[in-house]
Ligand binder design. Structure first.
Ligand SMILES: Nc1ncnc2c1ncn2[C@@H]1O[C@H](COP(=O)(O)OP(=O)(O)OP(=O)(O)O)[C@@H](O)[C@H]1O
Ligand SMILES: [Mg+2]
Length: 337
């Protein structure tokens, strides 16, 4: 059984469609990410799932039950909001126990569950502290403990790591994965960070303008983006028009050959285009090489970026003629347009 389901769910604000008839299955016991740029409808989708917002149309199931009109407190979901507000006047323990108190959980059980949730996030020793005495990462973990303490069917996390510095963010990614694995909880995590989605997801759902563009495991989505939007969002930078398709190649999969002799890559599904180096950017481990090439079909200029390992990069100079190549296995065809 799935943990939750969206069936043709839309959310319309005035004449603006924020979420446009999405169908989505949230698998049980897995971590699903909603990924997409600002304004694509991630938070709106999550709020509908949590019950803070009623869909304009469509059906939402949680645990197989139609919950479309069920209020949030009756859905048994834990939620960490985009701006994680802890109650500043309460201790950490009281923050974590808040949802249990609302649910009138008896005191002894409440205390046991608060301790358990705080131990899970490694903060049992700070139970008596106030939120302002904690670091950003610690506050974030308290917010997660608060959501987990009610033993939800589904844990919803809206950009839970966006307020943290880079190092802490990496650490918390692993921590959330660990909590998910330990509890077997179904988790939906919203992010606009493709690396976060790739690293954390069992299933990732890429959204744009209120619509789902692609969904699947990172191993399915990353090597085979469904369209140009998904490709660009996942860091494919090179788009090469041909007569019947648009080809894309990641910068790290382009080779730049200063001798400029065509290999047989072009005839067997690879890319091989003549061009001229317009920029070299040394970045320590890598060198970014920008080449102005010409599309075979139209002769139009195409700007290509190759990310070469500095230690193995050939001797290149700005203005030099080169041939840019990619092996067939690294060339992804996209629907044109
Ligand atoms: N209550 C509302 N009334 C009107 N428009 C809204 C409302 N809530 C959201 N929107 C609009 O719906 C669109 C989607 O908003 P949403 O908050 O879901 O985006 P998001 O994907 O979470 O973006 P971000 O990454 O910036 O958090 C935005 O254009 C937003 O302005
Ligand atoms: Mg949002």
């Amino acid at each position: 059984m799935s943990a939750a389901e969206f069936r043709a769910v839309s959310q319309v604000f005035g004449d603006f469609t924020a979420v446009d008839a999405i169908d989505l299955t949230i698998p049980d016991g897995k971590l699903t990410t909603l990924l997409g740029p600002s304004g694509c409808g991630k938070t709106t989708s999550l709020r509908m799932l949590a019950g803070y917002l009623s869909p304009t149309s469509g059906t939402i199931l949680v645990g197989g039950r139609d919950c479309t009109t069920t209020p949030p407190e009756k859905r048994n979901l834990g939620m960490v909001f985009q701006s994680y507000a802890l109650f500043p006047h309460m201790t950490v323990a009281d923050n974590v126990g808040y949802g249990l108190k609302l649910r009138r959980t008896p005191r002894a059980e409440r205390e046991a569950r608060v301790t358990e949730a705080l131990e899970m996030v490694g903060l049992a020793h700070l139970a008596g502290s106030r939120p302002k005495q904690l670091s950003g990462g610690q506050q974030q973990r308290v917010a997660i403990a608060r959501a987990v303490a009610i033993r939800p069917e589904l844990l919803l996390l809206d950009e839970p790591l966006s307020n943290l510095d880079a190092r802490l963010r990496l650490q918390m990614r692993a921590e959330i994965r660990r909590i998910q694995a330990e509890t077997g909880l179904s988790v939906v995590l919203v992010t606009h960070d493709q690396d976060e989605a790739l690293e954390m997801s069992d299933q990732m759902v890429v959204m744009k303008d209120g619509r789902i563009q692609q969904q699947g495991s990172p191993q399915e989505v990353f090597p085979a983006p469904a369209n140009r939007f998904v490709a660009e969002f996942l860091g494919y930078e090179n788009f090469i028009p041909t007569n019947d398709a648009l080809l894309t190649v990641r910068p790290e999969h382009l080779l730049v050959d200063p001798d400029g002799v065509a290999s047989d890559g072009a005839t067997s599904g690879g890319v091989s285009l003549p061009g001229r180096v317009t920029d070299l950017a040394y970045r320590g481990v890598d060198v970014l090489v920008t080449v102005e090439a010409r599309a075979e079909a139209s002769g139009d200029p195409v700007r290509l970026v190759a990310d070469l390992r500095a230690t193995t990069a050939p001797d290149l100079r700005v203005g030099g003629d080169v041939r840019v190549e990619a092996a067939p296995g690294h060339v992804v065809p996209l629907p044109a347009g």
